[in-house]
Design a protein around this ligand. Structure first.
Ligand SMILES: [Zn+2]
Length: 90
């Protein structure tokens, strides 16, 4: 979703697709992401797939929202997970 206005202050100065950094100690910066596991109960080979999150940030008030960079692919993988709820049936 591409908002043209800030949902908090209605400013038009919104920035899209800002990378959100996730720090892990001394290691290289990573992008903040969500993880879906196809087989969450497996000891190994859980079939984990990570999806990057991007931020929308208001240039006036600083309000920030997070979006999955590839929601279509995320939904596909989510629906292939054991025990996942189908969002269509909710
Ligand atoms: Zn704002």
């Amino acid at each position: 979703m591409k908002r043209k206005q800030c949902p908090k202050c209605n400013s038009g100065k919104v920035m899209h697709n800002v990378r959100v950094i996730d720090r892990n100690g001394e290691y290289q910066d990573m992008s903040l992401s969500v993880r879906v596991e196809r087989k969450p109960d497996a000891l190994l080979f859980k079939g984990a797939k990570d999806f990057e999150l991007k931020a929308l940030i208001c240039g006036d008030c600083g309000y920030a929202e997070l979006y999955a960079a590839d929601p279509g692919r995320l939904l596909q993988v989510y629906l292939s997970c054991e025990g996942s709820d189908d969002p269509q049936t909710k």
